[in-house]
Design a protein around this ligand. Structure first.
Ligand code: AMP
Ligand code: ZN
Length: 104
């Protein structure tokens, strides 16, 4: 997607603090962290939102959780929160699906 901030971050057209680069997703630090550790796990393929997710996206979405687990293990986190914001009324501001990993 030409006009998508997260696609540009993944393509490294816009700088970010990338902590993880997997085959299907990238993890980078949230620019405005809401916790000591706040990482966004973002699929390389542009999916807008869980609102528009289709059945074929299931495997990729599951992969995001797996990648979050790997990042948490690398950071030595013993407990954390994983969150999706879904749609404007669910707090979603950026229309490229992303999983928030948050931990103290
Ligand atoms: P959401 O409300 O789920 O759409 O979350 C979007 C998140 O992206 C927010 O927590 C923002 O702080 C974060 N964010 C916005 N711009 C950037 C950026 N350039 N680099 C890293 N994180 C960003
Ligand atoms: Zn995108």
């Amino acid at each position: 997607m030409d006009d998508c901030l997260f696609c540009k971050i993944i393509a490294k057209e816009i700088p970010s603090d990338i902590v993880y680069e997997g085959s299907q997703a990238v993890g980078f630090k949230d620019i405005n962290p809401k916790a000591k550790h706040h990482i966004l796990i973002v699929p390389r393929r542009h999916i807008e939102s869980i609102l528009t997710m289709v059945e074929d996206d299931q495997q990729l979405m599951g992969h995001l959780i797996w990648d979050a687990k790997k990042i948490a293990e690398e950071l030595g986190l013993e407990g954390y929160q994983l969150k999706f914001h879904v749609g404007r009324r669910g707090g979603q501001e950026i229309d490229h699906v992303h999983l928030h990993l948050l931990s103290a």
